[in-house]
Design a protein around this ligand. Structure first.
Ligand SMILES: [Zn+2]
Length: 431
């Protein structure tokens, strides 16, 4: 279940694309190893989109000779992409958009040296966002999420996963997921909702995390599943958050309710992955601390390791996840923003890619695959998203660049000129 299926769109023909990154001919399953670098580039390309779907992909020359297009040209809106790169819209597979206030005190306290756990102890961190969400109306939260969606689209993101997780009681988790649904309905892109009741133990359950886990499984999950308010259940499994045993209990309940699972893991400390891989999570995210012995099992699975280098950057860490170790072990990797008010207030997938190139030794091509087709795998949407191929959703991003490597190169500036979401353009190319 995801939102973004019922939008109206006009026929579009994108022409004169300097480089079209199709990401086509993906092997079965997510991209791994050398296949991460295969962008399927077509020079001087064209893409025809009808009824929100991509119907043909080829060269501009071929498109202009197409008999159907010649006959129907009046009905089709041309978009001349001269001098620009087009790629699949980014799939941001990890965001926390339902919050009210930026965490400016945490930001400032971190500068002289307070760490993640010290900030949490001082009343900051995840818990400090709870108050704002609990007091906010659903309408106010919906407006906040809508602003984020518009901002994401302007940066080239056409599909995102959106987590609850700052309500942490039944009423406010429902309100957060309803706000995601209401905002998604007004947005032409695609939103995949995730229930993250297990983000932190709320203050009223301090020292009683087992009782809170029982509440998640027995009180929160049934109405969320029944009302189809989430597709995934997520757990923050780490030191100071939830244990692997608690995560397994939550995953068992999710399975019972027909919800797929994913987890935050290995951000602060190492957790062995074996007990969680049994639940076939779509994605395991952060992955800063992972035991070498777990990599073969991860590589044999379709579980994607999703890196969120924006969090490492914003927390001022010198260490980033060792992406090469994962890629060379055959693990499928993705990149996401982890957009959230505490550790990664970053909307830009291009910036995430830039950090992956400069701090994680990923090549620009690998970073693009990780931000598109493998992000789609991390959301189990690869049949519809993440590549530019006939039959897939018309989700495209047009960048003011003549070479794809410019996308992570020009960091700190948004060079996305136009985004197309399910066939609906957002933005306008300068003529
Ligand atoms: Zn997160």
């Amino acid at each position: 279940m995801q939102y973004g299926d019922c939008v109206k769109s006009k026929p579009l023909l994108l022409l004169n694309i300097t480089q079209l990154l199709t990401m086509r001919s993906a092997p079965r399953g997510p991209r791994r190893g050398a296949s991460l670098s295969d962008l399927g580039i077509i020079q001087d390309a064209a893409v025809l989109c009808l009824a929100g779907k991509i119907v043909s992909v080829g060269t501009t020359k071929d498109a202009l000779r197409d008999p159907w297009l010649k006959k129907s040209h009046k009905k089709v809106t041309d978009i001349d992409c001269r001098g620009r790169v087009v790629l699949p819209g980014f799939v941001d597979s990890h965001t926390h958009p339902v919050f009210v206030h930026p965490r400016l005190v945490d930001f400032e306290n971190r500068i002289p040296g307070a760490n993640y756990e010290e900030i949490a102890e001082a009343g900051g961190g995840i818990r400090s966002s709870i108050d704002g969400v609990r007091k906010a109306s659903k309408t106010a939260l919906t407006q906040k999420v809508s602003l984020v969606l518009a901002d994401l689209a302007s940066h080239g993101t056409t599909t995102l996963e959106a987590k609850s997780g700052y309500g942490l009681n039944l009423e406010s988790e429902l309100k957060s997921l309803e706000a995601i649904r209401a905002a998604a309905r007004e947005w032409p892109g695609t939103v995949v909702p995730t229930f993250l009741g297990a983000h932190a133990v709320p203050p009223e359950y301090r020292g009683r995390s087992q009782e809170y886990v029982d509440l998640i499984c027995n009180e929160m999950m049934p109405p969320i599943a029944k009302r189809k308010l989430a597709r995934f259940v997520d757990v923050f499994c780490d030191r100071g958050a939830f244990s692997a045993a608690e995560a397994a209990q939550i995953f068992t309940a999710a399975e019972k309710h027909g919800l797929a699972v994913r987890a935050h893991i290995g951000q602060l400390s190492e957790t062995r992955l074996g007990s969680l891989l049994r639940y076939q999570p779509a994605s395991l995210d952060h992955m800063d601390h992972v035991n070498d012995a777990d990599l073969p099992a991860l590589a044999r699975s379709d579980t994607v390791a999703t890196f969120v280098p924006g969090a490492n950057y914003f927390l001022g860490l010198s260490k980033y996840p060792d992406a090469r170790r994962f890629i060379e072990s055959g693990v499928a990797v993705a990149l996401a923003t982890d957009y959230n008010p505490g550790s990664s207030p970053m909307l830009s997938m291009a910036m995430a890619m830039s950090l992956a190139c400069t701090h994680m030794k990923m090549s620009p091509a690998e970073a693009i695959a990780a931000a598109t087709i493998n992000g789609a795998w991390a959301l189990r949407l690869a049949d519809r998203k993440g590549s530019v191929e006939p039959g897939k959703d018309a989700d495209l991003a047009v960048f003011a660049a003549s070479d794809y490597r410019e996308i992570p190169y020009w960091f700190g500036a948004n060079r996305c000129a136009l985004t197309i979401m399910n066939g609906v353009p957002s933005g306008r190319l300068p003529s």
